[in-house]
Ligand binder design. Structure first.
Ligand code: UD1
Length: 393
């Protein structure tokens, strides 16, 4: 056993990192041989995109906030690299743990790898095989330089092996998002927003859109929303919008979407809301008749909850949500979106063939424990010599 605890820097930057890192911080805090240090890059900075997730997921305040803010991809990534580089020159950790596929993930992994600090990547190996997505580039590069790669589904492990990553580095541990979901669901069921909107169970749909491919092209955004307005003649469609999406809708001057200003939803139509908090969002999707999305994490949450999900994208990096879960990957044609949404509302079934959806293996609420055990082994065992050696330089 090593005499001092491992100082592990856990990185969060954007909203989807929070629910992955929160259960890890809690699990690490329970171990006497780990000293977890939380670093926020500040990629997301609005209360609704960041702090509310810290509060609801009971995360401690970050020890460091790099406050990089928004910018072009290259400017944002460069700012994170520079500031994280300066930070670890002053306060060198024993390991750096990054999550998911956002710009903060690759930026911090790159700095650590060049400093010979071991890198752990949670949610490794997912591939959309579409390099026009910025996240796909971030995933491939982060995996290539990570020392411990934790996968959420078996496809992730297979992708990594195919890319030549050594099998000893790959650990199939399940899904941290589901750890957070299981912990939060009892509270989410009493969420404020769910009560305020006063919607009956299964009487409404939830919509999220924020991929550049869907919202940055005015024509695609306008055609998509006109189809959704048509679907919303049958039931209210609740649309908590990412700041970028809100901006694009305002700029495009799209009509026929209602801005919600509080209180019960009076009836059918598309209702635009500010970004929802974690608990509010979970509370809403759990009881929805269906969810329309281009997000990654929402595909997983709906699969766990057994709620029908339409993924409005050409590809998914999370294929288990389609093969076992409730996800239907339909491409990005607005006409197909209308057809599948009506089919789900008519049939009420989650999977097109009517078979029962299943929970993917190891999505059981114990991913954080499995990950931390591997990190401990690395610290005390096999990785130790390597780390002590790098610490000498
Ligand atoms: C990022 C991730 C994406 C993830 C998404 C979840 C990358 C490459 N993309 O995309 O994978 O699904 O987060 O939300 O890292 N903004 C605010 N307030 C904030 C944050 C952003 O207003 O707190 C606005 C700004 O106008 C900003 C824009 O949103 O320019 C985009 O933010 P950015 O972090 O660059 O990317 P996301 O689209 O959020």
């Amino acid at each position: 056993m090593k005499s001092r605890p491992a100082r592990i820097m856990n990185i969060v930057g954007a909203r989807p990192n929070m629910m992955k890192v929160a259960p890890l911080m809690a699990e690490m805090a329970r171990r006497s041989d780990i000293n977890p240090i939380l670093v926020h890059t500040g990629q997301h900075y609005d209360y609704a995109m960041s702090q509310v997730f810290f509060d609801q997921l009971h995360m401690p305040e970050p020890r460091y906030n790099l406050e990089v803010g928004s910018g072009t991809h290259h400017a944002q990534t460069a700012a994170i690299i520079q500031r994280f580089g300066e930070l670890i020159a002053k306060d060198r950790p024993d390991m750096v743990l990054v999550a998911g596929d956002v710009n903060s993930t690759i930026a911090c992994a790159l700095v650590a790898a060049k400093e010979n600090i071991p890198v752990a990547h949670v949610e490794a190996g997912l591939r959309s095989f579409d390099r026009t997505m910025p996240e796909e580039v971030n995933r491939i590069l982060t995996d290539a330089i990570s020392d411990m790669l934790f996968t959420t589904e078996e496809s992730g492990s297979h992708n990594l092996l195919r890319e030549g990553i050594e099998s000893r580095k790959i650990h199939f541990v399940g899904n941290l998002m589901i750890d957070s979901l299981i912990g939060a669901l009892p509270v989410a069921r009493n969420s404020r927003l769910r009560h305020e909107l006063a919607l009956e169970q299964r009487s409404y749909a939830i919509l999220t859109l924020h991929r550049p491919s869907n919202v940055d092209h005015q024509d695609q955004l306008t055609r998509t929303l006109s189809v959704i307005i048509e679907i919303a003649r049958r039931l209210p469609v609740i649309f908590p919008a990412h700041p970028r999406t809100m901006d694009r809708i305002q700029r495009a001057g799209i009509h026929g979407v209602h801005s919600w200003s509080g209180g019960a939803i009076p009836g059918c139509g598309v209702w635009l809301l500010p970004p929802a908090s974690y608990l509010d969002f979970l509370g809403l999707i759990e009881q929805a008749a269906m969810v329309l999305t281009d997000s990654g994490g929402v595909q997983e949450e709906t699969t766990y909850l057994g709620v029908p999900c339409i993924t409005y994208r050409e590809n998914t990096e999370r294929p288990v949500t389609v093969t076992l879960g409730t996800n239907r990957l339909i491409g990005s044609s607005p006409e197909r979106l209308a057809a599948v949404a009506h089919e789900i509302l008519d049939s009420g079934i989650a999977r097109p063939d009517g078979s029962a959806p299943a929970c993917p293996p190891l999505w059981d609420g114990h991913a954080a424990r499995r990950i931390v055990e591997v990190l401990q082994d690395y610290w005390h065992g096999e990785g130790r010599a390597e780390m002590e050696e790098t610490a000498l330089h």
